[in-house]
Design a protein around this ligand. Structure first.
Ligand SMILES: Nc1nc2c(ncn2[C@@H]2O[C@H](COP(=O)(O)OP(=O)(O)OP(=O)(O)O)[C@@H](O)[C@H]2O)c(=O)[nH]1
Ligand SMILES: [Mg+2]
Length: 256
């Protein structure tokens, strides 16, 4: 381990706490492995103490019990049962809980199903250390690896282009995948009334990024690796996501 700090000791104010918020619904096949793979990255991180918060929508497949057991044995593992369905509810309440109750300084959003690779986490934190307050993992940044099937790539290119063109958001190439790190201060600048966190579709993910940019983020992108889901069921409902992206983009265009 590079730093002198023992990650199993209680929170020290000398070290910044990075909370990886992972939304889950019925992820019993993935949840314990994603937690251990994430915490294993502590060994490659100098000045941050890595924690994980599982923000679960009251899964009925045993996910809750698995995380409860892990959390009782390791103070770096946290569970929030947000009760309602929706990735936005999970992430948004998770971020607030991480700041208000768990002393988080830096927040991550990352999926539970290994489509995002926890091994990328140290590179996000390096950029935070350089002074950026928003680091976006991008499948379109040079050096990224995207192993998704062709129809998913077409969808992601289309969705990103629609948002970038309609909102004139050329600085970022990736708006739609949920692998990002940002500071607590930036999160608190975003007006909750402008973010559709209660929507059941995945529209929270792009809109939340747009709102952070509008709040004045000092943003950068890094290449990331993306793989298809191997275990567990997808919760993405494509037609709802496409409909919501089109509607958000059109509304934003004409409100400008
Ligand atoms: N808290 C919460 N998390 C959710 C909900 N729906 C999905 N998630 C989580 O959000 C993340 C992304 O969901 P996925 O189903 O993997 O969506 P996707 O990656 O677009 O689709 P696939 O590529 O098919 O996996 C996963 O960690 C899910 O467990 C929900 O209703 N509540
Ligand atoms: Mg997935």
């Amino acid at each position: 381990m590079k730093n002198n700090h023992d990650p199993s000791s209680p929170h020290s104010h000398a070290t910044r706490r990075a909370m990886v918020v992972i939304p889950t619904y019925n992820e019993k096949e993935n949840v314990s492995q994603i937690i251990s793979a994430t915490l294993a990255e502590q060994a490659s991180i100098g000045t941050f103490e890595l924690h994980v918060l599982i923000a679960d929508s009251h899964s009925n497949d045993g996910t809750l019990q698995i995380v409860e057991d892990l959390a009782s044995a390791d103070h770096r593992i946290h569970l929030l049962d947000v009760q309602e369905r929706g990735i936005g509810v999970g992430l948004y309440k998770g971020f607030h809980h991480a700041i208000d109750e768990l002393a988080a300084d830096v927040l991550f959003e990352m999926d539970a199903d290994f489509q995002h690779n926890p091994a990328d986490i140290p590179r996000f934190l390096k950029k935070i250390d350089e002074g950026y307050d928003l680091v976006v993992g991008s499948r379109f940044a040079p050096g990224s690896v995207n192993r998704m099937p062709w129809y998913r790539r077409v969808l992601s290119v289309g969705a990103n282009q629609v948002i970038r063109v309609m909102l004139n958001l050329q600085a970022l190439t990736e708006i739609t995948t949920s692998f990002r790190a940002f500071t607590k201060e930036l999160f608190l600048k975003v007006d909750p009334d402008t973010v559709p966190w209660q929507e059941r579709s995945f529209i929270f993910v792009p809109v939340f990024l747009v709102r952070m940019v509008e709040a004045g983020a000092d943003a950068t992108e890094i290449p990331m690796t993306m793989h298809p889901r191997v275990r567990g069921q997808s919760k993405m409902i494509y037609w709802k996501y496409i409909r919501d992206i089109m509607w958000f983009s059109i509304k934003s265009r004409f409100q400008k």
